[in-house]
Design a protein around this ligand. Structure first.
Ligand code: ZN
Length: 94
């Protein structure tokens, strides 16, 4: 698994996608949300506070989820190289 880190995000060595998070449960002041990974369709749960803090990583593909509703997945270096060759390395879907 390719673990995405915030260093990859700040280095822009990532692909980014919006993700869907729905409120699943609210107990003892802790709100649980259900997340669907936009990269691999894995469904998992996270506390809102953990998402807002250090972020949450997809257990299957290692993509990183932040509080802004955007998920980041580290680019494979070979893939990035081939994208640079095509001049697409800096084009992101927004
Ligand atoms: Zn995933």
């Amino acid at each position: 698994m390719l673990k995405t880190t915030w260093n990859d995000v700040s280095a822009k060595n990532v692909e980014q996608k919006d993700f869907i998070a729905t409120l699943f449960d609210r107990k003892h002041g802790k709100s649980t949300i259900k997340i669907v990974c936009p990269f691999c369709d894995t469904k998992f749960f996270a506390y809102i506070w953990s998402l807002a803090g250090i972020g949450k990583r997809c257990p299957d593909c290692g993509a990183m989820f932040g509080s802004g509703g955007v998920a980041y997945k580290r680019r494979d270096l070979n893939e990035r190289q081939s994208m640079e060759n095509r001049g697409e390395a800096n084009s992101y879907d927004v």
